[in-house]
Ligand binder design. Sequence first.
Ligand code: UD1
Length: 322
Amino acid sequence: MVTGGAGYIGAHVVQALRRDGHDVAVIDDLSTGSRDRLTNDTPLFPCSVLDTELVTDSLRAHGSELVVHVAAKKAVEQSIAEPLMYYRENVIGMHSVLTAMVQAGTRKMLFSSSAAVYGTSTGDLVDEQADTAPASPYGWTKLMCEQMIRDTAVAAGLDWMALRYFNVAGAADPGLADRGENNLIPKVFRAICSGVPPQIFGDSYPTRDGTCIRDYIHVADVADAHAAAVRGMSGGAPSAIYNIGTGSGTSVLEVMHTARRITGRDFDWDVRPPRAGDSPAVVADAAKIRAGLGWESRYDLDDIIGSAWQSWSSRIEIPLAR
Ligand code: UD1
C-alpha cells in the first residue's frame, strides 16, 4: 500500500514497485495528488491518512503486507507559516498509519523521510550518523516520524526502513511530473517562461562559486531506491535509515547554466539576499545504501533538468528547444 501514491513522488514509487511485480494499491486524499497519475488497474482508496478506520479497512481489503508511507506535506516555507498543519498532517498522519498497521496486522513500513532532518550542515558529505538538527517544522515532522516508527517497531514487532531524500526533481514521464512550484528547478522554468529573471538566493556562501550547493536526485532514482528497499525488506534486511542522494553536489549557478543550455533559452538571473535557514551545502554520503541494498543513482543533472523541462513544456504547450 502506497500512501500518497497519486502524488509526484508516490506515483513514481507505484510505477517502480509495479515494475518489480508487486500488487500495489494506493491511499490518497487527492489534495495534491491526481488519479490520472495512476493506471486504471491500480486500486485507489480515496481517503486521508488521518482517518485511521478507513486506512485500517483499506489495508485489510487489499491484504497489504507492507506500507510505503509517502503522503505528507513537504513545503519548507509553508511549514514555518503553518506549523500546526504540518504536525497534524505529517506527525498525526504517521500516528494514524502506524495505528492502522497494528490493527490490520501489516508488519512492514517504508517511510519517506528527508535530508531536512540534518538541518544546516557543515558542508561535508552528510552520512546517516550526522547529527540531526532540523531547521524547519517540516524537518522536525520527519524526524519525529522516524522516532515514532522506531518505538512502535519495538513494541509491535515491525520491520522498517526510512529513506532520507535529498533534493528530488525531474520526471520519469511527463504525466507523473511535479505540478507544484516550490523548488528551484520548477521556479526557474516558471521565471524564464514568464520572461522574468529567476532568482539566486545569495552568492556569498563559502562554496566554489558562492551559491548554495545541493544534491539533486532524479525522482526515477528515488523510486528505484524504494524498489530496492522493498526487495531488501522482503529478504529480511535489517531495519535501517538510508540517505537517497547522488553523493555529488551542484550549485544554484550550475543549475542556471544547465537550464540555459538544456532549454535553449537565453536568460539572466537576479542575485537576491540569502534565504533564511538555507545551508551553504547539503550533499549525501550515499555509501550506506550502496553497501546495504545495492542501490545507487543512475541519472545526472542533465537528465533531471531535461526530463523536468520536457514535462513542463508539454504542460504549458510551448515548443521544446531540443
Ligand atoms: C528543502 C529541504 C529538502 C526538501 C525540499 C523540499 C532542507 C535542508 N532541505 O530543500 O529536504 O526535500 O526542501 O521542498 O530543509 N534557490 C534559489 N532560488 C529560488 C529557489 C531556491 O536560489 O528561487 C536555492 C535555495 O537557496 C537552495 C536551492 O536553490 O540553495 C534549492 O532550494 P529548494 O528547491 O527550495 O530546496 P531546499 O531548500 O534545498
